[in-house]
Ligand binder design. Structure first.
Ligand SMILES: Nc1ncnc2c1ncn2[C@@H]1O[C@H](COP(=O)(O)OP(=O)(O)OP(=O)(O)O)[C@@H](O)[C@H]1O
Ligand SMILES: [Mg+2]
Length: 465
């Protein structure tokens, strides 16, 4: 049987030309015009190769990649990137993409890439050298933290897994790890070998919700030329993750209520009831009690959902975890980027501990990734942190201006220059005026420090001319 390739791209032209070129090489090709359609197809077909555009209309190719790794772990993944997508490509490779092709590519190059990547992956499998890029664990070990409140969460996850509960509600501010916990609930359970299917309730229009979730029979609409499985059916045996449930519309809420009650539905236009065995995990950062009071959310649905609920603590409430996580993230990013180990100084940790972290763990993780990517130092000092983080501690603020007596003059100068550049938001003419030096001297100094503004912006900085 010929190898199957799934092309997920929202541009019709790309789909057609790739299909033709790959079919000529003997591949059996399916295409999908959106992330959503692609994942559904992948869940059913488990293709040998998936070619995924990093920029899709309805989602990021990175999200698709991540979900693909769960839905069909043996599929070889090739990303299509555009010029300037470097960060996304790095991220894609970290997430386990097998290769990428940059636009504009020629068709021969793409066909070669598909053939070679598939071949290489088969050889690795055959010789058992760890196989293809290992699928990252999604289990409890990914939920980092040593505070009592996060230990309680891990314990609750274990209990929920053991209980086999059918419905779980996860609450918490943005970035607190709701999706991480949902994935852990799945991969720690006996459902792990079945799909984890994420439904973003805020992204599906209410009028399409029923057909997305439950599918439709052939001929139900004028353009329904084939029967399509809904996401609930794709998730059979596994977990259906209803993300952003607080944003589900009235129609969606009504459909979910009956589905959650009996785990049974009919495809649109269908005559038979279909039973599925799925664990439903719902998550939101909204206050659902408030949403019920204001009439936005059905209280009968909330009662169904919250039989077992977990509220994730904000990062501010997790004592000791800010420093612990920051150090772990720095370690992780240094390893990933093959940089020599970096650590965070006491003063930097103090800055991080005093900040309020409205974006929670996501914000902390992103801040640490930025520092590791941009700075070359053994010890991350307050001046390496963004002004927002530095500004939250009185010590950090002082460190921008005043030296401790035992510090060399050059360090103090560098810190002062960084601070002025930060405060003038990168306007070098103003910064040079304030510092009383010429603009060129300022640029030379920034270059000698390897300041990110020079490293990153020099080629496009209009006022360099
Ligand atoms: N305890 C944790 N340990 C390690 N990483 C974490 C932890 N909590 C969150 N993260 C990381 O923070 C980022 C955000 O997590 P996640 O997407 O699960 O948040 P969320 O609660 O679903 O946020 P939102 O409400 O915005 O969707 C992810 O990169 C995740 O891996
Ligand atoms: Mg989320």
């Amino acid at each position: 049987m010929s190898d199957q390739v799934l092309v997920i791209d929202d541009e019709a032209g790309v789909r057609t030309t790739l299909r033709r070129a790959l079919e000529e090489e003997g591949f059996c090709v399916a295409t999908a015009d959106s992330a959503h359609a692609g994942l559904r197809r992948a869940g059913v077909d488990r293709p040998d190769v998936a070619v995924v555009d990093l920029k899709l209309g309805d989602a990021s190719g990175l999200d698709v990649l991540r979900d693909l790794k769960v839905l069909s772990p043996t599929t070889v993944t090739i990303m299509i990137s555009a010029y300037g997508d470097v960060q996304d490509v790095v991220q894609a490779m970290k997430l386990g993409a097998d290769d990428y092709v940059q636009k504009p590519y020629d068709l021969d190059e793409m066909v070669r890439c598909v053939t070679q990547t598939l071949h290489a992956s088969r050889i690795r499998e055959q010789f058992g050298k760890g196989g293809r890029a290992t699928v990252q664990s999604d289990g409890l070990d990914r939920i980092l933290g040593e505070s009592e409140s996060i230990e309680d969460i891990r314990e609750t996850v274990r209990k929920v897994v053991r209980s086999g509960a059918q419905t779980v509600l996860i609450l918490g501010e943005t970035g607190t790890g709701k999706e991480l916990v949902a994935r852990a609930l799945h991969s720690e359970s006996s459902r792990a070998k079945h799909p984890f299917v994420k439904v973003n309730c805020s992204a599906i229009p209410d009028s399409l919700f029923e057909s997305e979730l439950f599918g439709h029979e052939r001929g139900t609409f004028t353009d329904a030329q084939e029967t399509r499985l809904g996401l609930a059916e794709v998730a059979n045996g596994g977990t259906l993750f209803l993300d952003e449930i607080g944003d589900a519309g009235a129609g969606a809420q009504a459909k979910l209520l009956t589905f959650i009650e009996d785990h049974r539905f009919r495809r649109l236009g269908g005559r038979e009831d279909i039973d599925v065995d799925v664990r439903i995990v719902a998550a939101t950062n909204k206050d659902l009690d408030e949403a019920c009071d204001s009439g936005e959310f059905r209280s009968d649905l909330l009662h169904r959902l919250k039989v077992i609920s977990l509220t994730l603590p904000s990062l501010r409430e997790r004592e000791g975890d800010i420093s612990h996580l920051a150090l772990r993230f720095v370690e992780e990013f240094c390893a990933q980027t093959a940089k020599p180990a970096m650590t965070l100084s006491e003063e930097s940790l103090e800055c991080l501990e005093s900040y309020s972290w409205p974006g929670n763990v996501r914000e902390l993780r992103n801040a640490m990734e930025r520092v590791v990517l941009l700075e070359e130092c053994d010890s991350i000092e307050p001046e390496h942190l963004s002004q927002k983080l530095r500004g939250s501690s009185s010590l950090g603020r002082a460190r921008g201006l005043v030296s401790r007596s035992a510090r060399p003059l050059a360090d103090v100068e560098r810190e002062h220059i960084y601070r002025v550049v930060d405060e003038t938001e990168g306007n070098r003419t103003r910064a040079a005026d304030i510092l009383g030096i010429t603009r060129q001297t300022l640029i030379n100094k920034l270059k000698s420090y390897g300041h990110p503004s020079v490293v990153e912006r020099e080629p496009v900085d209009a006022d360099t001319a």
